[in-house]
Write a protein that binds this ligand. Structure first.
Ligand SMILES: C[S@@+](CC[C@H](N)C(=O)[O-])C[C@H]1O[C@@H](n2cnc3c(N)ncnc32)[C@H](O)[C@@H]1O
Ligand SMILES: O=c1cc(-c2ccc(O)c(O)c2)oc2c(O)c(O)ccc12
Length: 354
């Protein structure tokens, strides 16, 4: 039998096969996480107040008796991927406990990541990856459009369930990011009286900012399906509209997790509207997004950024950008200067000045 030319020993062949097996089954990690969230495993362990045994967990989740061995196997994968911990509670007995990761997955915690994980693993999003190959050969802007015949925002206007799931995931992320942003980046808000959060979703970031800086007013601009019916407050107001057409005037404009959704061409249009909005072009734009760096970061962080980049390509026709790509964009949009402050894990605050 002829071996492929790059594989010149049995050991290398077996390693290569194992590597391919691992990659082809990698989606199982996402699907096990999704199932754990849908079954409510993190919440059941939390509610138990101490490590929970398999049979206690099966009872708490109302698992069909004959499936309890399947639950053991699901938990084994989740312990392996460090979502849960397995601890000894007696001579023989073992029980499951939460880890730092699963604490973030509790549904009703203020900074829960559960809704976000349920959005990215939802069938609506996952099915688009099956269309990547078809998309490479068709004329559609994104695999999302190859699959659904319209873009993700038009889809959200039609599909209330997806719209709600997506917005809830974003809201929780903005609560998490907002709490850190206002604590770590006070300097960003100095001298500002009114800011617009462009495509600011349901206003979670605006609420965090105005709570931390009571002298500040924040206008949240987003599409009708997101902001219609939302109640403002003394310092937060909602405007329904299209950021490609009009951005309300302000001292500064915030764009959190917006520009990575769009192509360079669309980003230039958005930045142009933002520039016009900042008092005749003299205010700054505050961007919260990733700055990709494939040299300085460690392997897993790079992989996460590359996954995000694919998600942006598949879902939106957007991309994650390196500092050089950001700088290029700012210069083309007519800005003179920028300043990057790493904020939270993989994301940074980028202040852009006219
Ligand atoms: C990825 S979400 C980010 C939401 C929010 N900034 C956050 O980080 O939680 C992108 C947002 O852009 C909004 N959006 C998309 N197209 C828009 C447009 N043309 N004008 C205004 N908002 C838009 C979506 O409705 C959505 O809320
Ligand atoms: O994790 C995300 C996932 C997606 C997403 C949407 C539709 C899809 O079909 C898809 O495959 C992925 O959208 C995001 C987004 O728009 C953000 O700004 C930030 C994070 C995400």
């Amino acid at each position: 039998m002829a071996f492929p030319s790059a594989v010149d020993s049995s050991q290398e062949l077996l390693n290569a096969q194992s590597h391919v097996w691992n990659l082809t089954f990698s989606f199982i990690n996402s699907m096990c996480l999704k199932s754990a969230l849908q079954l409510g495993i993190p919440d059941a362990i939390h509610k138990h107040n101490k490590p929970i045994t398999l049979s206690e967990l099966a009872d708490a989740l109302s698992i069909t008796k004959s499936k309890s061995h399947a639950l053991f196997r699901l938990m084994r994968v989740l312990v392996h991927s460090k979502i849960f911990d397995k601890v000894k509670t007696g001579e023989e007995e073992e029980a499951y406990a939460l880890t730092g990761t699963s604490r973030l997955l509790l549904r009703d915690e203020p900074l829960s990541f559960a809704h976000f994980a349920l959005t990215t693993t939802d069938r609506v999003a996952v099915d688009t990856y099956h269309c990547m190959t078809e998309w490479f050969r068709d004329e559609c802007p994104t695999p999302f459009e190859t699959k659904y015949g319209r873009d993700v925002w038009e889809f959200g206007a039609d599909d209330g369930k997806w719209n709600q799931l997506f917005n809830k995931g974003m809201t929780r992320d903005s609560e998490l990011v907002g709490s850190i942003f206002v604590r770590e980046c006070k300097h960003v808000f100095e001298g500002l009286e009114i800011v617009v959060d462009v495509a600011g979703g349901s206003g979670a970031l605006a609420k965090a900012i105005t709570a931390a800086f009571p002298g500040l007013r924040c206008v949240v601009l987003d599409l009708p399906q997101v902001v219609d019916g939302l109640q403002g407050s003394e310092n937060v107001s909602f405007v329904s509209g299209d950021m490609f057409k009009f951005v309300p005037p302000a001292d500064a404009v915030i764009l959190k997790w917006i520009l990575h959704d769009w192509s360079d061409e669309d980003c230039l249009k958005i930045l142009e509207k933002c520039k016009e909005a900042t008092v005749g072009g003299s205010g700054k734009v505050i961007i919260l997004d990733m700055v990709v760096d494939c040299e300085k970061q460690e392997h897993k962080a790079i992989e996460t950024q590359l996954f995000f980049d694919m998600a942006m390509m598949v879902g939106h026709g957007g991309k994650e950008r390196t500092e050089k790509e950001w700088a290029n964009l700012f210069s083309k949009a007519g800005f003179q200067n920028y300043n990057i402050t790493p904020l939270l894990g993989l994301r940074s605050v980028i202040e852009v000045f006219p």
